[in-house]
Design a protein around this ligand. Sequence first.
Ligand code: TXA
Ligand code: MG
Length: 343
Amino acid sequence: MTTERLTTELEDILKAGDIIRRGGLVAFPTETVYGLGANALDAEAVRSVYAAKGRPSDNPMIVHIAETSELDPLIKGGLDGISEVTRKAMDAFWPGPLTIIFPKSDTVPYATTGGLDTVAIRMPSNRTAYMLIAAALRPVAAPSANISGRPSPTTAEDVLEDMDGRIDAVIMGEQCDVGIESTVLDLTGEVPTILRPGIITKEALTEALGMEVVYYNALLERPVAEADPESGVADTEFKPKSPGMKYRHYSPKARVRLIEGSAEEFAAKARELGLEAIRNGQRPAILDYEEDELTAAHDLFADLREFDRQGYDLILIRTLEQSGLGFSVMNRMLKSAGYDIVN
Ligand code: TXA
Ligand code: MG
């Protein structure tokens, strides 16, 4: 299959919408990371997304919409059934990098939700994403547009690196603003629960919802510590609420190790480990975001991919403080390092 390169001009976006309506796959920019879009209501199209990504089919997808009215047919009870707290979350953060879990209606195929009775929905703020969903005239199921297990793509070039020849088209947009995936918020239980941390933090959600918001327990543990490098499956007995969590994630080819401490402590330890690597015939790379969480979020995945292209064997990264956005970025760093922290 030849993967068509499309621009962000209206004519090309209309073409991309056509491809999605016909059951094809189009990668497109969002404010978080690039998504790999398919018609969310077409089980066959959704199955081809799993195939293109090499993704286990029990890992559910996020359904992207352009307007609140599109939510009505997708969720149980429709728009009228939405709770007050859910309404607050939507009003505060949509369009934007917040994914909300709803009980699903019969309209949404189980292929899209990985067999779950809930559906994850997000309204992106990125203009190209918005126009594509509008042009498709369908809700668009879109996981991150990477091969399963690799760092999510934040540029069109990163998408092509993984997906060229495997999908119908890529909209060649700009680099993503945020750089890490959306916050996933479960509002189907008693307590609002963050299943995946993102740029919309626990603190911001607590404030907007006017009630306590918690992290899903497994976010505070080490669910992928023993991941099998072949399958990427950490533990077949582990049944997390957010099924994506049980798979190996964000892994460049190089080994990633995290180092805690001040700038000086990091530099000293990184030099020690770097020299040791060089003595063993390896090429080490050193990465310190200097406690700048926004830059770390924006650059992390792009940097991991760039180090791979340059053939590094070992990437030594300085940790961030695990609060606010730092917690969200550390969630990705920890996974890419297989929870290997040097202290
Ligand atoms: O920022 C994003 O969310 C990007 C862009 C493209 O929108 N998309 C994305 O999709 O990151 P993906 O498939 O890579 O991650 C979806 C996450 C997974 O962790 C999955 O387990 C969780 O959302 N998820 C999806 N549906 C769910 C559901 N019904 N219940 C719980 N978790 C769900
Ligand atoms: Mg992903």
